[in-house]
Design a protein. Structure first.
Length: 423
């Protein structure tokens, strides 16, 4: 075949650049061996392009070196995000929110938890008229810090102008990267259909806009529904959007708060508190003016004060029996695995068949945690108070206990004046 008769395609600019780059690389390989000076390699369409990938994959070592979560109240409230304090009317959730606000503004410990000081903005939309006396009551305990600011004008989270004006006011006071408390969500979103995912989504979006504009954490004060056991009132999307949540409960004069949601934070252990009345003088008619402050207490909490049902009492008794058998010498914790507890419960249960016993055990097990009588860690359940309230568990031998899990010389678990499992 005569090569001169072949019609060769014309080479375009890209082909010329490719050939030039290939020739330059080949020359540099020879020059490198001979110690000659290399030449510049012209760009080519085959050169690797910089990565424009949207997602960046990281190794385990890189993830480990990532900044861990930073806390505003250690293990309870993070520095950034959306949170909530919720409870039924009369539970003192507003007093608790104000107490937290002052503690954070001071940088003082709150219920024994370490606090990182920051500016606080408290948007008071419910009970505005009582704000002055509530602050007056707290002023009797010490100076209210200067870096806590209050707003008692109407605010509508569903109005973008109101949201912008609020963030502008916060930045104007240099109160960014702190805590913004909105009390309450209901008053801050008039006309909101709390059960609508669309309406609740608008309120959540407004809270996130505030958080992104000023940094820090936005904390919503909210109500529970008619059935307080079901948690916050309204659509479940609100709870799902939260980075932290505190639930407030009340039983008579007993009040408590517990962590309902905290990413990598504390468990749901209850913290009891009371409202201490503070006298502030008299009004123009000579009637006394009073308000209240939060006082942390020890002893029974709102959940633990409720009397146990017969089935719950069996559950508590059998747990104590399992814990006694599981006790190690010198151990302070009172705990039992779910298998140990289940075995003791089945021995005492009067249910007709294994399936009924299983359902009864699972029901009582959940109720004991809900009532705050026990806490759970994986497959182990324990008493929140430990051994100090149960000295009889420190006996060196468990051979003299009866089938109920109690020793003959001590009262039954959960009742009696000598020892009280409600602590």
């Amino acid at each position: 075949m005569n090569l001169d008769e072949i019609e060769w395609p014309e080479l375009g600019p890209e082909s010329h650049a490719m050939m030039a780059a290939a020739a330059a690389r080949q020359y540099n390989r020879i020059a490198n061996k001979l110690g000659a000076k290399p030449v510049d390699v012209p760009p080519s369409v085959f050169d690797p392009k910089p990565s424009l990938a949207r997602y960046r994959l990281r190794t385990a070592s890189e993830v480990i070196l990532t900044q861990p979560i930073r806390w505003r109240v250690k293990g309870i409230i993070p520095e950034k995000g959306i949170g909530a304090i919720y409870g039924p009317s009369g539970s003192a959730k507003t007093f608790l929110a104000l107490d937290m606000a002052i503690g954070i503004a001071q940088g003082a410990e709150w219920f024994g938890y370490r606090v990182r000081r920051c500016p606080v903005v408290y948007v008071c939309l419910e009970g505005e008229a009582g704000l002055s006396v509530r602050l007056g009551a707290y002023s009797t305990k010490g100076t209210i810090p200067r870096n806590i600011h209050f707003l008692d004008q109407p605010l509508n989270l569903l109005d973008s102008k109101d949201v912008v004006d609020l963030t502008t006011a916060i930045r104007g006071r240099e109160a960014t990267q702190g805590l913004v408390i909105i009390d309450t969500l209901n008053r801050a979103a008039p006309g909101l259909d709390e059960n609508s995912s669309v309406d609740m989504g608008k309120a959540i979006s407004a809270a996130k806009m505030i958080q992104q504009a000023v940094g820090g954490l936005v904390l919503l004060v909210h109500h529970t529904g008619k059935d307080a056991a079901k948690g916050m009132r309204g659509h479940s999307s609100l709870y799902a959007a939260l980075d932290a949540a505190i639930e407030v409960r009340r039983s008579g004069d007993l009040r408590e708060w517990s962590v309902a949601k905290a990413k990598d934070g504390a468990d749901g252990m209850a913290h009891a508190f009371r409202l201490d009345v503070v006298a502030l003088g008299v009004d123009e008619d000579g009637d006394p003016v009073t308000s209240c402050v939060i006082q942390a207490t020890t002893g029974a909490t709102a959940r633990q004060s409720k009397p146990l049902t017969a089935a719950q009492q069996i559950g508590m008794d059998t747990f104590m029996a399992a814990a006694f058998a599981n006790r190690s010498e010198g151990e302070r914790a009172v705990r039992a695995s779910i298998e140990q507890w289940r075995e003791e419960f089945y021995l005492r249960s009067t249910a007709d068949n294994p399936d009924s016993k299983r359902r009864a055990f699972n029901r009582v097990r959940a109720e004991m945690v809900e009532l705050g009588r026990l806490t759970v860690d994986g497959d182990f359940y324990r008493l929140p108070t430990g051994l100090q309230d149960f000295p009889w568990l420190q006996a060196k031998s468990g051979t003299d206990r009866d089938k109920s899990g109690t020793r003959p010389d001590c009262p039954a678990s959960g009742t009696g004046t000598d020892r009280d499992t409600t602590l």
